[in-house]
Design a protein around this ligand. Structure first.
Ligand SMILES: C[S@@+](CC[C@H](N)C(=O)[O-])C[C@H]1O[C@@H](n2cnc3c(N)ncnc32)[C@H](O)[C@@H]1O
Length: 287
């Protein structure tokens, strides 16, 4: 059960995770999860969960991190995955069921407004699930209310797109063929929380303190480890939102974009697949 005072309409308006975006993520779930696995590992290592802790995983997607948290907190603890997408919640529940973990649950809801009945939690975790709130100040205040006093938040968010060639170069390549608006800083989306000052203000306004940032620098294996330029291109066009804009263009343009992306990925590959530099912030705060 969930006290969902604002419903899902707020989040749906800006980014359709409950519909198309969620379906896209689910369609490429293993690839997405393998791409961001190193960042999940880094965030889990920093969080260092102890037996018995009760943890909420915000925007848990297919539940990879939720399962890891459940294993870390053991039978006396709890891992609750909260996600806007009913399809992803169903997939996460099914994957968890297959592992036999007893202390894990998934619930569908908008983290900006919902309050899980298991709250307050000791810990709040999120790998790339907090950048999509249309009203982030209100949403982060709600996240703070999910935690007990003194509870801890650990989230991963992307640094600005200028520090993420794996996205910047893909967008620049596509923009050589079609015009589309560049996302505005702070606009809900993958790079909304790139600015440290802004994230600090969001967290402080919500009542968090002891805010600390660590930079994660590494590679993104576009399309997942072992991808080749062709499969990485298909991943971008089928799995990422930009694919919708490309699909709306003419056949010749689509073919030209496809060729340009393959060329880009040819220039950025090694024996383990396509790779490009990436940067994320691992953010910690105290409620
Ligand atoms: C980039 S995916 C990350 C998924 C997962 N955390 C992972 O690392 O594999 C973003 C996730 O956040 C969820 N999400 C976005 N906005 C949300 C909201 N307002 N409330 C709950 N979940 C949300 C999406 O449905 C999606 O599953």
């Amino acid at each position: 059960m969930m006290n969902n005072s604002g419903g899902n309409s707020e989040a749906l308006a800006a980014h359709d995770w409950a519909g198309e975006a969620g379906a896209r993520w689910l369609g490429q779930l293993d690839r997405f999860e393998s791409m961001i696995e190193p960042i999940g590992e880094a965030l889990l290592a920093r969080a260092a969960y102890a037996a018995g802790e009760r943890v909420v995983d915000i925007g848990c997607g297919g539940g990879w991190t939720t399962r890891r948290i459940a294993a870390a907190v053991g039978n006396t603890g709890l891992a609750l995955g909260l996600d806007l997408s009913p399809d992803l919640v169903a997939a996460a529940s099914e994957r968890a069921r297959r592992t036999g973990l007893a202390n894990i649950r998934f619930v569908q809801g908008d983290a900006a407004t919902a309050m899980p009945e298991e709250a307050p939690f000791d810990r709040l975790f999120s790998r790339f699930g907090t950048m999509f709130f249309p009203k982030p100040y209100r949403a982060f205040a709600n996240l703070r209310r999910m935690l007990r006093a003194g509870g801890r938040l650990d989230i991963a968010v992307w640094a600005p797109i200028t520090d993420n060639p794996w996205q910047r170069n893909v967008m620049a390549t596509i923009r050589r063929h079609i015009d589309f608006p560049a996302p505005q800083p702070r606009e809900p989306g993958p790079f909304a929380l790139g600015e440290q000052d802004y994230v600090t203000d969001l967290l402080q306004s919500a009542g968090f303190s002891d805010i600390a940032f660590d930079a994660w620098n590494g590679d993104q294996r576009v399309g997942g480890p072992g991808s080749d330029p062709e499969s990485a291109t298909r991943f971008v066009l089928d799995g990422m939102q930009i694919g919708d804009i490309v699909r709306a263009s003419g056949e010749d343009t689509r073919a030209a974009i496809h060729r340009s992306l393959v060329e880009l990925f040819e220039r950025n590959r090694d024996g383990e697949g396509v790779h490009m530099a990436a940067k994320a912030w691992l953010v910690r705060a105290r409620a």
